[in-house]
Design a protein around this ligand. Structure first.
Ligand code: HEM
Length: 403
């Protein structure tokens, strides 16, 4: 909890206040109320109100190009090349081109085709859990689903998937507001190893192309009517895709299970009304959003609904977790309400960069959560969950349970 009264003038994401990582919501509430446009540094602002965050996502004057931010943070390095080449940190034309190619392979038809495989995978993991002496729902369940789903999307051979999760964690951890030298070194090594691996995979795929309707790598390699992507564009966007769907979806399933175990009435309701799973997944995304922060650079002044104006050239941090708990948008936002409707949460962002894989993530959670609850009706926490200590990604490293 914040001290009384919370000293918001010194609130920072680089050195978050004590207790913030365990429970950021009291701080978000104080910021929304007293400092909805909070200075994080010169020309750097943190937005916490839903309407303000949504406005910036939809603004034509908010760039995703992060070169100015990343140059001093990463220097000339593999991490700099990676993060400045992936679609999420670019504006058109590169952004729109890669996004168009990608979205062609992540359409509803393609996702519907994935469902049977996700069901089979989840059931296999649930079988294995029964024989696991000390089951941890992160290590033995949530973390094992996205790696297979994304691995299938790019048709990465099963026996080669093992290092993907560690690479992904190392690369995304370097996006923290103030990564340590050790985090940077691990992130750079992970980009280099990942690139070397993908070069080999691309060479094999060139020799034996896959079906572009099913295989995202083949689709990205084919390019579009405007020609192919450069080698760097192809490889870094594959890395991004493999990363984007990993940790976030692990955290959706892990945070979701943790929230349900802390709200037994809601958990029982979901058990008895499995048809609630659609709204339940949206509520779990809102309640404990796996990605808490996004960033933009203003390219012209932006007038916010809260009445403040952001000048051109500002670095803006959009607090998704705070927006998703804003009482101006959500009735009783601190309550978990699995049937909540409407629920226009911002867990997948909004606007031109809204998550391309949102329906893949939804599919994984809609399959995993009810099947686990049905299979293990006595599921309960066994000891303290261990929280990941980062501010951008919200999730657990361990969720020990008894079955
Ligand atoms: C619960 C899981 C997920 C969450 C919470 C999440 C969240 C987000 C958010 C907030 C953004 C917007 C970034 C911005 O505006 O700067 C984003 C972008 C993106 N996500 Fe996800 N994501 C999830 C799962 C996935 C999956 C499974 C995939 C791939 C299969 C994926 C692929 C992408 C891609 C490609 C982008 C970039 C889109 C663009 O820049 O146009 N995500 N995601």
């Amino acid at each position: 909890m914040p001290t009384d009264p919370p000293d918001l003038s010194r609130f920072s994401l680089v050195q978050p206040p004590a207790g913030f990582i365990d429970d950021p919501y009291p701080w978000y509430a104080a910021l929304r109320q007293a400092a909805p446009v909070h200075a994080l540094g010169p020309e750097s602002w943190l937005l916490t109100r839903y309407d303000d965050v949504l406005h910036v996502y939809r603004s034509g004057h908010a760039s995703s190009d992060q070169k100015r931010e990343f140059a001093p943070k990463y220097g000339p390095s593999p991490l700099f090349e990676h993060h400045t080449t992936s679609l999420v940190f670019n504006d058109p034309p590169l952004h729109s081109r890669v996004r168009r190619i990608l979205m062609g392979a992540l359409n509803q038809r393609a996702i519907a085709r994935m469902e049977a495989g996700v069901v089979a995978l989840v059931d296999q993991l649930l079988d294995r859990l029964a024989d696991t002496p000390e089951p941890d729902l992160i290590e033995h369940f949530a973390a094992l689903i996205p790696v297979e789903v994304i691995g299938n999307l790019l048709d990465v051979p099963r026996s080669e998937r093992e290092p993907l999760r560690a690479w992904s964690l190392a690369i995304l951890s370097a996006l923290e507001p103030a990564p340590s030298a050790d985090l940077l070194a691990r992130g750079n090594a992970a980009v280099s190893e990942f690139l070397a691996y993908l070069r080999g995979l691309v060479a094999q795929r060139k020799a034996r192309p896959g079906d572009p309707d099913l295989d995202v790598l083949t689709r990205l390699m084919l390019g579009d009517g405007q020609g192919s992507l450069s080698e760097a564009e192809l490889l870094h966007n594959c890395i991004f895709l493999l990363n984007a769907g990993h940790e976030t979806t692990t955290n959706l399933i892990g945070n979701g299970l943790h929230a349900l175990l802390r709200h037994p009435r809601q958990l029982e309701r979901l058990r008895h009304e499995p048809a609630l799973i659609g709204t339940a997944v949206e509520e779990l995304l809102r309640f404990e959003s796996p990605l808490q922060l996004n960033n933009r650079l203003t390219t012209a002044p932006i007038e916010l609904p809260s009445g403040h104006t952001l000048a051109a050239g500002c670095f803006v941090t959009l607090a998704i977790g705070a927006a998703n708990h804003d009482p101006a948008e959500f009735h009783a936002p601190e309550q978990l309400e699995l049937a909540r409707k409407p629920n226009n949460h911002l867990a997948f962002g909004q606007g031109a960069h809204a998550c391309s894989g949102m329906n893949v993530a939804r599919l994984e959670a809609r399959v995993a959560l009810p099947r686990l609850l049905a299979r293990y009706p006595k599921l309960a926490l066994r000891g303290q969950p261990v929280r990941d200590r980062r501010v951008r990604f919200r999730g657990l490293r361990q969720l020990p349970v008894s079955l």
